[in-house]
Design a protein around this ligand. Structure first.
Ligand SMILES: [Zn+2]
Length: 419
């Protein structure tokens, strides 16, 4: 195909600190600075392509290619070539530069947009962006290995294969000291997939891709969520184990555990509990996750007392120095809790079980699902609804019991069967 270029100018705008920005007059280069590539400065293009059909308006582009993820001259030329072919072969449909966004750039732009929606003053914002970035960013090299650079070329099967790369954490074997790769849980895979789908859904909304390859991903099967309540004995053995497992920081660990037990707060929210959050009868929590509104968490006087006597780790936080990253602090407390449970001889989903326990106790005490949603700070009712199953089962059992008791009041006489 012969192109009818009117203008085809691919050039560099050097940054101020680039060695090509102000060329050395004593050593003139062969090429003008704007045509000297390879330094990593942003690449631009100015294009005008005429269509063979004189009735069709020419395709014009004038702007940054780097914003589309193009960082090399060859890639820039290839992209311009693709646009031209698309323009000429579709009878003059103007190519949308965004549909040539690279995977890398799309992830970058998506994260930037996401960050813009989060509260920059919150410590959790970095954590959230890191988490999403940690899931999405490996997609770029994974696809590059398979020859895929542009988002539009990503297929469902690439994403299926990508999901296979999700592995669990490395954990030290306590006896041998060896690092062992754990298998990623189904729930963990499901969460990752959710982030992957969110990304592609958004890129589709923004028309960076003609269709969403993540939509057709098979859903990750997860085992039925079993809602388990901690028994009175378990609660006691956890408390009893504290001085044995942590003789030097028993007060701190006790306060930590009791706050979890009575508030149902997520581990990260307890770790980052501010010293100014304490009220006479509870805690005013600026949640680290999901809920933007501060949540009031009632606590029994004995726990408030305990917190009052506690020596905070720093001026601002009870359980965190405030100097390490949140992630480090969370991992540290998570490990402490693990040790404590081992000492107490209890198995279970540590933090989450406190939340489950609180939910079930509130429901059994006559509270509503809305009450639980508020107390646990669930943004979506769906999250709270899993407790409904546990509740309705309990209610059904109660109803059946009640019905059985009424039987005793009935006197039935059954006529003998005819033989
Ligand atoms: Zn440069």
């Amino acid at each position: 195909m012969r192109y009818s270029w009117d203008v085809r100018d691919i050039y560099v705008r050097h940054r101020n600190d680039c060695r090509y920005a102000s060329p050395n007059p004593k050593k003139p280069t062969r090429l003008p600075a704007r045509l000297t590539f390879g330094c990593g400065c942003p690449i631009y293009a100015r294009l005008q392509v005429r269509h063979p059909d004189p009735g069709v308006a020419p395709f014009e582009f004038n702007g940054s290619l780097s914003k589309l993820g193009v960082r090399e001259k060859l890639a820039a030329e290839e992209l311009v070539e693709q646009w031209t072919v698309q323009f000429l072969s579709t009878g003059g449909r103007t190519p949308d530069p965004n549909t040539f966004k690279s995977v890398e750039q799309a992830i970058h732009d998506y994260l930037a947009e996401k960050r813009g929606t989060l509260d920059a003053s919150k410590e959790s914002t970095n954590l959230t962006i890191q988490k999403i970035g940690g899931i999405l960013k490996p997609l770029t090299p994974f696809l590059k290995d398979r020859g895929i650079v542009y988002l539009k070329d990503v297929k469902t099967e690439h994403l299926s294969a990508f999901q296979e790369t999700w592995l669990g954490r490395l954990r030290k074997n306590r006896e041998t000291g060896e690092l062992v790769r754990q298998q990623k849980s189904q729930l963990g895979k499901q969460k990752n997939q959710e982030f992957l789908k969110m990304f592609f859904r958004r890129t589709r909304e923004l028309r960076w891709i003609p269709e969403n390859p993540a939509e057709l991903l098979l859903s990750v099967r997860t085992p039925k969520i079993e809602v388990k309540k901690k028994t009175a004995e378990e609660k006691q053995s956890i408390l009893d184990a504290i001085p044995r497992a942590f003789p030097h920081i028993a007060e701190s660990v006790r306060a930590f555990v009791l706050i979890q037990r009575y508030s149902g707060l997520r581990l990260v929210d307890v770790v980052t509990l501010r010293t100014d959050a304490v009220r006479e009868d509870g805690l005013m929590i600026m949640s680290q996750e999901k809920n933007e509104q501060p949540v009031f968490v009632p606590l029994p006087p004995v726990v408030i007392d305990l917190i009052g006597k506690l020596q905070p780790k720093s001026a601002e936080y009870f359980f965190w120095t405030g100097t390490s990253t949140i992630k480090t602090a969370v991992n540290d407390w998570s490990e402490k809790m693990r040790q404590l449970y081992v000492e107490a001889g209890i198995e279970g989903k540590r933090t989450h079980e406190w939340r489950d326990t609180l939910a079930i106790e509130v429901l059994e005490g006559g509270g509503s699902l809305e009450d639980v949603q508020l107390l646990l700070g669930h943004k979506s009712r769906k999250t709270t609804e899993k407790y409904y199953v546990a509740l309705t089962k309990k209610r059904m059992e109660k109803a059946i019991d009640a019905r059985r008791r009424t039987w005793d009041a009935d006197v039935i006489s059954v006529p003998a069967a005819r033989s």
